[in-house]
Design a protein around this ligand. Structure first.
Ligand SMILES: *[C@@H]1O[C@H](CO)[C@@H](O)[C@H](O)[C@H]1NC(C)=O
Ligand SMILES: *[C@@H]1O[C@H](CO)[C@@H](O)[C@H](O)[C@H]1NC(C)=O
Ligand SMILES: *[C@@H]1O[C@H](CO)[C@@H](O)[C@H](O)[C@H]1NC(C)=O
Ligand SMILES: *[C@@H]1O[C@H](CO)[C@@H](O)[C@H](O)[C@H]1NC(C)=O
Ligand SMILES: *[C@@H]1O[C@H](CO)[C@@H](O)[C@H](O)[C@H]1NC(C)=O
Length: 701
């Protein structure tokens, strides 16, 4: 019996510990056999289309040698080159000398290891085999592992089945997330569920910025540092500020995935359209300037640099980008910039070469002048222009070197150089005139024009904020109503909650009578009914936001303990359970204004426009009623807040009886009179209401 038991334990143990002894390079194919030129190295199958050679050596003296694969019985002229190093221009440079180099080879044209019989170092011109290894038939190669999809918990997070491509890389197809969390990240860690103890994982661009919204994108992310999938129990999306899991997937223990040798390149960003002729995605350099209001992409092509500027500028305004006047700082005088804009008169896109000799408008000799006005030439050529979703994108080319010594500065091809950027208005000659301090780069930013993969952009072009600043929606107010329907909804990004309150939020807040955190006005002595549909199950904190009334600007009474509770007074929505512990009472079914797609607050001029991009979704169940008679001694300012979370609600202005009808005239009296209670009743209610009792309990504590 005991032996039997031990046997099972051993089996399970073996099943769980597939982790390979380090270092692991995949399935060993064998050593390269040398025939000439000092060929050495051990060959491994990393995954079905990737080969790794540990310690490759070759003296580099063959004139026309390549890595060469085929499926004839022996290496022969019938083969295919494996390009090495991979070159985005699709060229096949002959193999250079190597001394103990580790090499990753990606099989070209979708070929898999099972499709080939040998790998050789082959001299094409003289059809000579310098060295070879044979692939055993039926070789088992490590494979990616398919996991379930993200569990859907909050903020519209969902995906299709996630894959582990290698020991560090996840592939997340069809990712959706409304972008509403204030600081949500890909997050990994140990334990049965995501928790605050975790590690941030960079997004698909390698950035650690809070996650943007996703609308069905396929992305790849890589674990940071030396972390591998064998070190973690889950991958999730976690909101740090609100300590909230938006959704996650568990990582099985019995993994056997390809090693992470760098064979899995992070996929190019969605806007990149890899051409069919080049096996490797073309270069993607992108940087954000001016608080992310300007995106600059670039790429050197022969003796030109092609630059694409994207910004949400209005007609009659320009965006400018170019070399700073002084290396090592942002300096206008001496700068060589391109001013790009849409000319509404000619309905055409322009990019003009400027030289800035002085900090003033161009007077024909000096100042901020187009080269053409000061005896030079406009070397900039517009390649493409478009305005989409309010974003103006202009692509132009500029020579790296010109022979205009005075007005043009040479663009270094392979070293960092300081650049500047600006927005501003165009004058009547369609020339750049002055800009405000916030519309130019003030800190030194350097880029290397020769880079191939310097992509640091975090926003999709359609998410670029308006260049002229964000116009908030006006704060909503409700006055003269006595029934308040409370639901949950998104905060409306930079135009909504945070602009109105000056506080940060975790992406959701109360909606009352279909308005975003309206300021309520209530009269002392009057009874108000809150119809609360903000969640009833405290087992799911993301969907549990009981409303209560307090003097606290932040709320979250339930998070407080001991001493700090005394600083908050409660006016309604909390009573004591049988053991004398406070508990929220306004617990009703959960109704949420959910995004029909991603957050559209940036594109919505008004809150009403924004509301049309949302739809109400309600769980089964009944609303909770919180009937509140405003005490005669209530202070002038109170708040409706969430018992569980900080910063979900907003202000209640408390006024004396009769104030509202005075303000509103007679028009609203009939509306409110149906719910008005006779003075005798409300005094009675005030005296015996639980809220008042609780309030006095807390006061006496
Ligand atoms: C390769 O590198 C080793 C160590 O750096 C050195 O000793 C050896 O001479 C080199 N071989 C060749 C062929 O350059
Ligand atoms: C996706 O994951 C689910 C749950 O693990 C699984 O049942 C299903 O087979 C997976 N689908 C694919 C295409 O692998
Ligand atoms: C999780 O636990 C394992 C084993 O105890 C450990 O090796 C690993 O580093 C832990 N991972 C994290 C992310 O803390
Ligand atoms: C810029 O203009 C001011 C007055 O307009 C002049 O005093 C100054 O010398 C000029 N600077 C340069 C670098 O031309
Ligand atoms: C609150 O008022 C509504 C409407 O008058 C009533 O239906 C409900 O029963 C009241 N609830 C409580 C708890 O008093």
């Amino acid at each position: 019996m005991l032996r039997y038991f031990v046997g099972i334990v051993t089996l399970i143990h073996i099943g769980l510990s597939k982790r390979h002894p380090e270092p692991y390079y995949g399935t060993k194919i064998g050593p390269l056999q040398e025939f000439a030129h000092g060929i050495k190295g051990t060959v491994y199958a990393v995954d079905e289309s990737t080969i790794f050679i540990k310690g490759f050596s070759y003296d580099g003296t063959g004139p026309d040698a390549f890595f060469w694969i085929g499926n004839s019985p022996r290496p022969s002229p019938e083969g295919t080159i494996i390009p090495y190093p991979e070159d985005y221009r699709g060229r096949d440079p002959p193999l250079k000398a190597h001394n103990n180099t580790d090499i990753i080879l990606r099989l070209p044209n979708g070929k898999r290891i099972r499709d080939i019989r040998w790998l050789s170092v082959w001299c094409r011109r003289f059809t000579v085999d310098f060295g070879e290894v044979f692939i055993p038939p039926n070789l088992e190669v490590p494979r990616p592992r398919v996991l379930p999809e993200f569990k859907r918990i909050a903020h519209g997070l969902r995906s299709d089945n996630i894959s582990i491509l290698d020991a560090k890389t996840f592939y997340i197809p069809n990712l959706h997330y409304d972008g509403g969390g204030p600081d949500a990240y890909f997050w990994v860690g140990n334990g049965s569920d995501p928790a605050s103890f975790g590690i941030k994982v960079p997004n698909e661009m390698g950035s650690l910025e809070p996650l943007r919204s996703y609308l069905g994108e396929d992305i790849e992310i890589q674990l940071p540092g030396s972390l591998t999938v064998y070190d973690i129990d889950w991958l999730g999306v976690w909101c740090v500020q609100c300590r909230q899991n938006f959704g996650h997937v568990m990582i099985p223990k019995d993994l056997d995935v390809p090693p992470a040798l760098g064979q899995t390149k992070i996929s190019p960003p969605w806007w990149y359209n890899p051409t069919t002729t080049t096996p490797v995605p073309a270069p993607t350099n992108c940087r954000e300037f001016l608080d992310k209001r300007l995106q600059v992409r670039w790429m050197i092509k022969d003796d030109q640099v092609e630059i694409t500027l994207s910004a949400n500028i209005r007609e009659g305004r320009y965006m400018a980008f170019g070399l700073s006047g002084v290396h090592g700082k942002a300096h206008m005088v001496g700068a060589d910039v391109t001013v790009a804009y849409f000319d509404k008169n000619s309905r055409s896109f322009h990019a003009d070469d400027y030289y800035i000799s002085n900090f003033s408008q161009c007077d024909g000799k000096s100042g901020v002048c187009p080269d053409e006005r000061i005896g030079g030439r406009n070397d900039v050529v517009v390649l493409h222009g478009e305005v989409e979703n309010g974003i103006t994108t202009i692509k132009y080319s500029k020579p790296l070197h010109t022979n205009e010594a005075i007005n043009d500065r040479a663009i270094p091809e392979d070293e960092p150089v300081s650049v500047i950027a600006a927005f501003g208005p165009l004058n009547s000659r369609m020339e750049a005139s002055g800009h405000s301090a916030k519309d130019k780069t003030v800190v030194d930013q350097q880029i290397n024009f020769g880079d191939l993969y310097d992509n640091q952009c975090t926003l999709r072009p359609d998410q670029i904020p308006a260049a002229d600043g964000i116009v908030p929606w006006p704060a909503a107010k409700i006055i003269g109503e006595t029934v308040f329907h409370v639901k949950i909804g998104p905060t409306g990004g930079a135009r909504g909650y945070s602009k109105i309150t000056g506080l940060s939020s975790w992406g959701i807040c109360y909606y009352i009578n279909d308005k975003l955190i309206p300021e309520l006005t209530v009269e002392r002595g009057q009874t108000y009914i809150f119809v609360v549909e903000t969640g009833e199950y405290n087992t799911n904190p993301a969907r549990y936001h009981p409303l209560y009334i307090t003097n606290s600007k932040e709320g979250a009474y339930g998070q407080l303990t001991g001493e700090s509770r005394r600083n908050q007074e409660i006016y309604a929505g909390v009573d004591l359970d049988s053991e004398g512990r406070p508990r929220p009472t306004a617990v009703g079914r959960y109704c949420e204004w959910a995004h029909k797609s991603i957050d559209k607050s940036m594109e919505s001029e008004t809150f009403e426009d924004y509301l049309r991009t949302l739809r109400v979704e309600c769980d089964e169940g009944e609303p909770a009623y919180l009937n509140w008679t405003v005490p005669m001694d209530a202070p002038d300012l109170l708040y409706y807040q969430c018992y569980v979370h900080l910063n979900i609600g907003w202000k209640i202005h408390v006024v004396d009886p009769g104030y509202i009808s005075e303000q509103n005239g007679s028009a609203n009296i009939s509306k409110t009179s149906t719910i008005k209670i006779s003075p005798l009743v409300y005094i009675f209610t005030t005296i015996i209401s639980t809220e008042t009792i609780i309030r006095s309990i807390y006061k006496s504590l």
